[in-house]
Design a protein around this ligand. Structure first.
Ligand SMILES: Nc1nc2c(ncn2[C@@H]2O[C@H](COP(=O)(O)OP(=O)(O)OP(=O)(O)O)[C@@H](O)[C@H]2O)c(=O)[nH]1
Ligand SMILES: [Mg+2]
Length: 468
């Protein structure tokens, strides 16, 4: 028995074997295709955590000739424990049995079996032959049912048949599986084979710890992002006071671009944490996250309602700061509402209301400069956080088995003012508002002190979202 648990993922062509492997090992480069016969060779994919391989899954080609294979095995005269070895010797050069040899080799080498099947179609004779072959291997085996089309009318018939041949039967959808479902699948593998029980127990622990570490990294990166974004300002010398508005607009545009870049970089880092390539990661077509950070829709959907925003600002304390916040608090919605379809960039906005402010500063005798930023409406922190969290939500629900087409990752309700921050406790919203005040006013020691609390809060929030 191998010390590292290895599972061969086996089944009929095109039933989703490679998709299951891609999801379990978080590899979006594994070849998956609607064309049957895509995988022609077995390929082992170890899962490595902290540089150590802890478990491996083998992607295998689909059965080619299960009925003949079973026929040969039934006629085999030697002991049952030798039937696979004998089959591999007998057919090693037979192209008609190439797939069977490929898929049975890892099993012969000691792998456990995960049998994948699409239970949205009726059971056939070849399926029974495949199941019987796998039973004859004598290896620990689990069947996972994947209803590709969502059709469940054959499910019971499948389950009844599967129970006769497999130690365990579970449903698992490679394209929809959440982190919690993946963990449950690993948990159930534990019960499959006593010799692997403790190794698989460790794998489950290591997976859970690794996920926690990713969440902690995301929380820390989000805090870095917020601190930088909230402290950002653009300044230019003002030679001609008549051109003040023009210079302000130019600075605002620069600030806007800087914020967009910063946010994009954070989104990229979050993708990386979950082993996704940002370039292949696509948001659902109608997601509000596709809207620009400065669009009216973004400010309508994300952030807090006026009432909650006032309460958060009050909870943040500090009379003068709060008064300033209150003056501009509710402005965003009203402001955007009057803007109609106009391009709602900061440059167009800041003149009317205080999303950011242009300030004229003295620069010594006879010289003046204009500064735009930092952001001065407390709503910003809630909008920025809601966008980060929604992005995170999509990333963790983005299956590594997804290869374009018409399938979308799990949806979160993106209704009006139903961003994540709306559901937070009063204390949490107060903490964010307080952090906003400290970070935008350049109070570094207060920012750092509050950041510890904010990071812890975000870590818990990400952990909670992972388990939904
Ligand atoms: N709708 C839906 N499609 C799925 C699901 N799982 C896999 N597919 C699709 O089914 C097709 C076959 O998936 P693969 O993972 O390549 O199947 P396979 O069993 O490895 O196929 P071969 O290597 O050809 O034997 C691909 O187009 C997948 O996107 C699922 O749960 N739902
Ligand atoms: Mg395949």
């Amino acid at each position: 028995m191998n010390s590292m648990p290895v599972f061969a993922v086996i089944g009929h062509p095109n039933e989703g074997k490679s998709s299951v492997v891609a999801t379990l090992v978080e590899n979006d480069r594994i070849r998956i295709s609607p064309r049957p016969g895509e995988t022609v060779q077995s390929m082992t994919y170890p899962v490595s955590i902290d540089g150590q391989d802890v478990i491996a899954f083998v992607d295998t080609p689909g059965f080619q000739n299960p009925v003949q294979t079973l026929g040969w095995m039934r006629k085999f005269k030697g002991p049952e424990s030798e039937v696979i070895a004998a089959f591999l010797v007998e057919f090693k050069d037979d192209p008609g049995m190439a797939h069977e040899c490929e898929l049975l080799t890892p099993v012969h080498d000691g792998a456990g079996i995960i049998y994948v099947l699409d239970a949205s179609r009726p059971l056939r004779q070849v399926d029974k032959a495949e199941m019987e072959i796998l039973r004859l291997t004598g290896r620990p085996r689990m069947a996972i049912l994947n209803c590709k089309t969502g059709e469940e009318q054959f499910l019971e018939e499948w389950k009844a048949e599967l129970r006769r041949h497999f130690n365990m039967v579970r449903t698992f959808n490679a394209l929809r599986a959440t982190f919690a479902e993946r963990m449950r699948l690993l948990e159930s593998l534990r019960a499959l084979e006593q010799d692997w029980e403790s190794a698989l127990g460790q794998v489950v622990d290591v997976f859970a710890r690794d996920w926690q570490r990713r969440n902690a990294e995301c929380a820390a990166m989000t805090c870095d992002f917020l601190r930088t974004a909230l402290g950002m300002a653009e300044t230019a010398e003002l030679f001609d006071t008549a051109r003040k508005a023009e210079v302000e607009a130019m600075l605002a545009a620069r600030l806007e671009a800087g914020l967009r870049n910063l946010e994009e970089r954070l989104h990229e880092q979050i993708c990386q944490q979950f082993r996704h390539d940002r370039r292949s990661f696509e948001l659902p077509e109608h997601s509000v996250l596709r809207q620009d950070l400065f669009s009216r829709t973004t400010w309508t959907v994300f952030g807090l309602s006026r009432g909650k925003l006032v309460a958060a600002a009050v909870a943040a304390g500090g009379a003068a700061g709060v008064a300033l916040d209150l003056a501009t608090l509710g402005s965003s919605l009203g402001l955007f509402a009057t803007m109609g379809g106009a391009a709602a960039g900061l440059a167009a906005l800041f003149k009317g209301e205080g999303l950011v402010r242009g300030k004229v500063l003295g620069l010594g005798i006879g010289r003046r400069s204009v500064q735009v930023g930092p952001l001065d409406t407390v709503q910003w922190i809630f909008v920025l956080l809601d966008r980060v969290l929604l992005h995170y939500w999509y990333v963790i629900h983005w299956s590594h088995a997804w290869r374009g087409g018409d399938f979308l990752p799990a949806m979160v309700d993106e209704g009006g003012k139903q961003g994540f921050s709306s559901a937070w406790s009063r204390e949490a919203r107060g903490l964010c508002a307080e952090y906003f005040k400290a970070a935008t006013s350049g109070d570094d020691s207060k920012t750092m002190a509050l950041e510890l609390e904010l990071r812890r809060f975000l870590e818990e929030e990400l952990e909670r979202m992972s388990r939904l």
